[in-house]
Ligand binder design. Structure first.
Ligand code: AMP
Ligand code: MG
Length: 423
């Protein structure tokens, strides 16, 4: 038996806490090693493979932050206006003036233009008076060195521009481009094999015999995987049949870094899945102290080169997605080599009373909204039944009530995972 199966989590029938399950998963998973080089426009949402050092100073030269007049700020006096002689000409962005500006003179300068030699200050055009060749700057209008961006002020040459493990976002790609880069080293995408189990589950578009339901989990989970930029290997629907399951797991292990399944881990069904898992790897079946989502299995299956991580989620559509966010999302980011990034947890007043007893973590579908004054609060959506996917679709957040927390009265602050931008 491996470390995972021997750990005290699996002693007896006690329920595993959500935080214990998360910690056990985080200890087990190692990032994929392979790296590939991509052109910047292909690199959105990919994980940076190594620290990226800036090859240049940004900005590359001192430049003006304003449209105005550049001059030597040494001329400024605390309580006296200064009068400067205007040099005929303009420093434009991309077209430097190229000549020194003498003391007592000033030069028209545009935003982004290189500061001319002899100048360290820019007075914005609307803050001074111009008469013919004379520019007058009143006392206290500008301080020496103001409205000048220094060379290397955003990023000095040789400094870390982006750290390894960064999941590249739009501003990051802009930053890489601003350094003159055209390509970037990222880890390869994580490959996740996905299938649904259950004799009663049918493919949408097909007839629905009595007692059957359409597969929703493969669609919601595939979309959740797409948001994480995983490569999804869709292995379809698999009946509750050991031979079919064995064949599907064999294929998943040959092709993927992780396998995501739904259904077949509840108490009534786990026995044949358990036997199969004992054959293929070292999977732990947890009864997690949570609602929704109690049954959950995790562990390594034997892959051709390295362990293939199985995440077996409950079949209930809401429980499947909630357990995905509670356990799988961060594990897949870790597998992808990303720096840890838990879902941002806000604290907001809850307007709905919630009955809860300590001893399990509860995830309630909820809506975060602002009142007329712009103050945000959270309220629960109607039905919290574990199979009611519609209420998850209506929700834009989950209220997360921790293991040791009790009931919530209206107005109490609760922890909220916001979905917008994430799911
Ligand atoms: P299970 O975890 O297999 O016991 O399934 C729990 C409940 O979820 C049952 O009512 C199943 O019919 C339902 N279920 C299982 N898999 C799916 C699926 N892929 N899509 C929608 N519902 C499912
Ligand atoms: Mg089932």
């Amino acid at each position: 038996m491996t470390e995972l199966a021997e750990s005290p989590l699996f002693a007896g029938e006690r329920h595993t806490r959500v935080d214990e399950a998360r910690a056990a998963i985080a200890r087990a998973v190692q990032p994929v090693a392979e790296v590939q080089e991509l052109a910047l426009p292909q690199a959105l949402s990919r994980v940076l493979a190594a620290d990226l050092l800036s090859p240049i100073d940004v900005p590359p030269h001192d430049n003006s932050a304003m449209d105005g007049w550049a001059f030597d700020g040494a001329a400024l006096r605390e309580d006296e206006a200064v009068e400067l002689l205007l040099v005929a000409g303009t420093a434009f962005a991309g077209a430097p003036w190229g000549q020194p500006v003498a003391a007592g003179q000033c030069l028209r300068i545009m935003t982004g233009a290189v500061m001319p030699e002899g100048c360290d200050t820019v007075v914005p055009q609307e803050l001074c008076r111009v008469q013919g060749e004379r520019v007058t700057i009143g006392p206290g209008v500008v301080k020496r060195g103001e409205n000048r961006r220094r060379r290397g002020e955003d990023l000095a040459c040789g400094r870390v521009a982006l750290a390894a493990g960064r999941v590249l976002r739009p501003a990051d790609l802009g930053l890489l481009a601003s350094l003159g880069g055209t390509r970037v080293s990222v880890r390869r995408r994580v490959r996740v094999a996905l299938f649904s189990t259950g004799d009663e589950v049918r493919e949408p578009g097909q007839p629905l015999p009595p007692g059957c339901i359409y597969d929703s989990n493969r669609y919601s989970l595939r979309a959740a995987l797409q948001r994480l930029d995983c490569e999804v290997i869709d292995l379809g629907l698999v009946a509750d049949d050991p031979a079919a399951l064995r064949a599907t797991f064999a294929r998943a292990c040959a092709e993927a870094d992780a396998v995501l399944t739904s259904g077949g881990v509840s108490v009534g069904e786990a026995d044949h899945t358990r036997a199969l898992m004992a054959e293929l790897g070292d999977v732990a079946f947890w009864k997690v102290a949570m609602r929704p989502g109690r049954p959950f299995a995790f562990g390594p299956l034997r892959g051709p080169q390295r362990p293939v991580w199985l995440f077996a989620l409950p079949g209930n559509p809401v429980a499947a997605l909630v357990t995905f966010y509670a356990f799988v999302r961060e594990a897949l980011l870790q597998l992808a080599g990303a720096t840890p990034q838990p879902l941002p947890a806000l604290r907001l007043p809850c307007t709905t009373p919630i009955r809860k007893r300590p001893g399990r973590t509860e995830f309630q579908r909820a809506i975060v909204a602002a009142d007329a004054q712009g103050a945000f609060s959270v309220r629960l959506t109607g039905s919290q039944g574990a199979g009611v996917l519609r209420s998850l679709s209506e929700a834009n957040a989950l209220v997360v009530l921790g293991h040791d927390e009790g009931s919530v009265s209206p107005g109490d602050a609760v922890t909220v995972w916001l979905f917008d931008g994430l799911v």
